[in-house]
Design a protein around this ligand. Structure first.
Ligand code: GDP
Length: 453
């Protein structure tokens, strides 16, 4: 992280509200020339952090563009840490175009790229890399559970955890350095190393327990994958459409229609669900259908939950042998009977007691099925157990740090080599928060933002 208040680099501007016709549009400006921009557009600079109603003018021709609110945020107490301003004008297309061209006409002012404001905030020490990622997730959050998780990360939950580990690690490193310095006083050196050992054991336990979270944060961030599997014509596409309440999959009477995977995103009880329809599983000579079936089985393997659909028009079978050959995901709801509306009273009575009877046509059983799916996701969004890791990047650095700490624990090693293991662990934690050497990941992290953030 850089130094707060750093104000080099060009002054940037962007429309920070969504594009298109709207009641209000918000433009943001950040950088050393911001004060001049406010002066040029509004004729005066308002009091810091107080919304002021101003007439906004084109700085070259002087024509009035609009009247709206202007807020001046002198750095370093601003989002980016630099001088910043916001112009709240009316959100009509012509107003937005005129404002954009007025700002572009200001001296040394240029349009921002995606994520530029957040990148400056990171470079000026306003947030670490994990908080920036949390902010991007918050903007992308589609469900309540995703919003809460992203907010926690943006507020620094992971950052604070990693910083406390880093402090402990630096303490352990100081002890090992002392042991090296006092190597001619064996008692002092042994004592220092055993204290370092104790600290590192605590770190190994703590990092290990954060890592053993069953990937809950990643699942919640990326979506809980539910896959619909079963024989052709069982009603999988119809069920997906009924659950998605729209026609996302092709429904056809001809068996073998769904040859590719169709995904819809659903919000069930605040949890993001990615529901995938798959090709029906059956013996086939068709190369295209075979490929569809291969993709189905692959998708079932990666899923968090599989729903097996049985076609009641076929006699109720036992657990299908096809499915036994599938490498099933962690969890499966094994017996969903489709087309419930076609069943006679006798057929209903003969249905296996554990079966969930659904009908895409009448809507019967859909609520029960949804509640069963939601129950299976409960472990993922159990708010009582904190989750810190939300993406693979976090897991990689923490796993690497843990490995170096295990390396330190090998007491046979020379003390200098053990000290090196601690340095490497600290480097991995530094990469996680962006303290050290992260140029290579910056574009990846900040490119995910929209323009204006
Ligand atoms: P898939 O091959 O498993 O995806 O099956 P489809 O969803 O394409 O459905 C196969 C056939 O069953 C179509 O003719 C659907 O209209 C019919 N079908 C699906 N669900 C229901 C249902 O709940 N009730 C009735 N009566 N027919 C259904």
């Amino acid at each position: 992280m850089g130094t707060p208040g750093t104000t080099d680099g060009p002054t940037i501007f962007a429309l920070s509200s969504a594009p298109g016709r709207a009641g209000v549009a918000v433009f943001r400006v950040s950088g050393p020339m911001t004060r001049n921009v406010v002066q040029a557009v509004c004729g005066a600079v308002p009091k810091p952090r107080v919304a002021a109603l101003k007439t906004m003018r084109d700085p070259t021709g002087g024509g009035v563009i609009d009247r709206g609110l202007v807020i001046w945020f002198p750095g370093p107490a601003s989002f980016t840490g630099e001088d910043m301003a916001e112009f709240h004008c009316h959100g009509g297309r012509a107003v937005v175009l005129a404002m954009r061209s007025a700002l572009a006409d200001c001296e040394a002012c240029q349009p921002a790229e995606a994520g530029d404001f957040a990148r400056r905030a990171f470079q000026n020490g306003k947030m670490d890399l994990t908080q920036a990622e949390g902010l991007a997730d918050l903007i992308d959050a589609e469900t309540e559970a995703q919003r809460l998780q992203a907010l926690k990360q943006a507020d620094g939950a992971l950052f604070q955890k990693v910083e406390s580990w880093r402090d402990d690690l630096i303490g352990a490193m100081a002890l090992v350095e002392a042991a090296i310095d006092f190597s001619d006083e064996p008692d002092v050196a042994t004592d220092a190393v055993s204290h370092a050992d104790e600290r590192v054991r605590g770190l190994v336990d703590d990092i290990g327990s954060v890592l053993s979270d069953q990937n809950r944060g990643e699942i919640l961030r990326d979506g809980f994958r539910v896959v619909l599997v079963g024989p052709p014509n069982a009603g999988k596409s119809s069920l997906l459409n009924a659950l998605a309440r729209r026609d996302a999959a092709i429904v056809s009477e001809e068996p073998g229609t769904t040859r590719d995977l169709i995904e819809v995103r659903l919000d069930l009880g605040g949890v993001p669900i990615i529901l995938t329809d798959t090709a029906g599983l059956r013996a086939t000579e068709s190369a295209v259908e075979k490929e569809g079936i291969r993709r189905s089985t692959e998708s079932a393997k990666r899923a968090d939950l599989a729903l097996w659909l049985d076609d009641p028009e076929q006699p109720f079978g036992t657990w299908p042998s096809d499915l036994d050959q599938l490498a099933l995901p962690r969890d499966a709801i094994r017996r969903v009977l489709s087309k419930g509306d076609l069943l006679s009273v006798a057929q209903r009575a003969a249905a296996p007691p554990d079966a969930i009877l659904v009908s895409a046509k009448s809507g019967e059983g859909l609520e029960v099925l949804i509640s069963r799916i939601v129950a299976r996701t409960a472990a993922v969004c159990d708010a009582d157990t904190p989750v810190y890791i939300t993406q693979a990047r976090h897991r990689e650095h923490l796993s690497a740090a843990l490995e170096y700490l295990h390396g330190f624990g090998q007491s046979g090693l020379d003390v200098e080599l053990r000290a090196e293991e601690l340095r490497r662990a600290a480097f991995e934690l530094g990469r996680l928060t962006g303290r050290v050497d992260v140029e290579d990941v910056l574009d990846q992290v900040f490119g995910r933002f929209c323009i204006g953030k």
